[in-house]
Write a protein that binds this ligand. Structure first.
Ligand SMILES: [Zn+2]
Length: 416
């Protein structure tokens, strides 16, 4: 079995790994690089894998570890007849998101990944392990061929709502791993050697914040970080506040197919359909998107009167409507995504608007990725013959943290 990491030995995002055995090949992830600019032609970023553009029967499939752009974002730019191995819920989530945001994708020709359910593709046996991550339906996996065994971490963590899956992997790792491709997103960040706050810790922090907010409590979080949405919902309920999500988030929550994740028909949940979503439904005549949630709608006129009994999942595109609804007196906002985004150009207009409205912004967040403490636990228990750094801006630091580190270069083939 031979491997070529096309992208990922020196960076977070854009991950693409080609694996060859007996003249057949599979590819793990085909991500959009994080530094891809708006003006870059995404098609030009597709790695040079035979079969992506021209038909090539030796390419057996592309495995998508989880539905985050930095792992699937270039898939629209390869042939649509290539089989895509991806979780069933992840497929639904991407398809639902595509109704609202152009960067998402409706996949056809999929083969569903399921926890510890081996799939054979030619000489390869792929065994997925459902993992704890900020993306839903995320998998790590063992790839076996030619008597060799490779473990690809995908993106993972050990402090979210699926931490038991990570703990079980550490307690009972797949044996005889020749190469471990281990993500290291948090290497170089602060406090990562001590471990990170859990979702329960965050729930307490949100509860305290909501309790001390005199008006509308707003949370700025991803509509696809379901662990976090559960946390915010639980804190809202404990604070005696109704949880209000936009139509996109209501659709995403439904796409999980998980009855433990809050849904628009739960008594403590309401759906606000901001103007841009109303326009989208009307111009595309997609009234079906609204139908499942229509009975649970709430309107901006209600916000002013009852602001102190709501927690609103904030979207920058709502700003003007909230302002017009006169509901921002005494409002506070909890920011619940990676703090690095706050420095980006695209965030400045919203941060400026919050300032003019005198809405204080505080951060309540925990990483979607494992702490170094947890990465060390995993590496120690798996004891791979070679540990290959991937998905990190600090791959040079791996030898100080792990045993048997074998750094690789982008675009270079090596034997497992
Ligand atoms: Zn990633």
């Amino acid at each position: 079995m031979r491997v070529c990491i096309h992208r990922g030995t020196k960076q977070i995002g854009g991950t693409c790994i080609e694996i060859e055995a007996q003249g057949k090949r599979i590819v793990l992830d085909i991500g959009l690089p994080l530094d891809a600019g708006e003006h870059d032609d995404p098609a030009a970023l597709v790695p040079p894998v035979p079969g992506f553009r021209e038909p090539d029967p030796s390419l057996l499939g592309v495995v998508i570890s989880h539905p985050h752009q930095d792992h699937y974002g270039l898939i629209q730019h390869i042939r649509s007849d290539i089989p895509v191995l991806i979780g069933a819920a992840a497929t639904r989530i991407l398809a639902t998101a595509a109704d609202f945001i152009p960067s998402s994708v409706k996949l056809s020709n999929t083969i569903p990944l399921a926890d510890r359910n081996p799939i054979t593709q030619g000489p390869f046996t792929i065994t997925p392990y459902l993992m704890d991550h900020s993306a839903y339906d995320a998998y790590a996996m063992v790839i076996e061929a030619d008597g060799k065994r490779l473990f690809y971490s995908g993106d993972l963590r050990g402090h979210g709502r699926k931490s038991t899956f990570f703990d079980e992997l550490v307690r009972n790792p797949p044996p005889r791993i020749d190469a471990l491709l281990l993500e290291g997103t948090t290497i170089g960040r602060t406090n990562t050697d001590r471990g990170f706050a859990t979702e329960s810790d965050l729930e307490e922090a949100f509860l305290a914040a909501f309790g001390s907010t005199p008006g509308l409590a707003m949370v700025w979080a991803s509509g696809q970080n379901f662990d976090r949405l559960v946390t915010v919902f639980r804190a809202s309920k404990r604070a005696g506040r109704r949880f209000i999500v936009d139509l996109y988030t209501a659709a995403m929550l439904a796409a999980t197919g998980n009855e433990h994740v809050p849904q628009s028909d739960w008594p403590e949940v309401s759906v606000f359909v901001p103007r841009w979503q109303r326009v989208k439904i009307k111009t595309s005549e997609r009234f079906d998107l609204l139908r499942p949630h229509h009975a649970h709608r709430i309107y901006p006129e209600q916000f002013a009167e009852l602001a102190s009994s709501y927690v609103l999942l904030f979207r920058p595109a709502m700003s003007r409507e909230l302002e017009q609804a006169n509901c921002l007196s005494g409002a506070r906002l909890q920011y619940s995504m990676w703090e690095g985004y706050l420095g980006e150009e695209r965030m400045q207009p919203t941060l400026g608007w919050l300032k003019t409205k005198e809405i204080s912004v505080e951060t309540i967040h925990s990483s979607g990725h494992a702490s170094v403490a947890d990465l060390k636990r995993l590496a120690r228990s798996m004891r791979p013959k070679a540990l290959v750094p991937i998905h990190s801006f600090h791959t040079g630091s791996y030898p100080e943290l792990f045993e048997n580190v074998t750094p690789k270069q982008d675009g270079v083939w090596w034997d497992v």
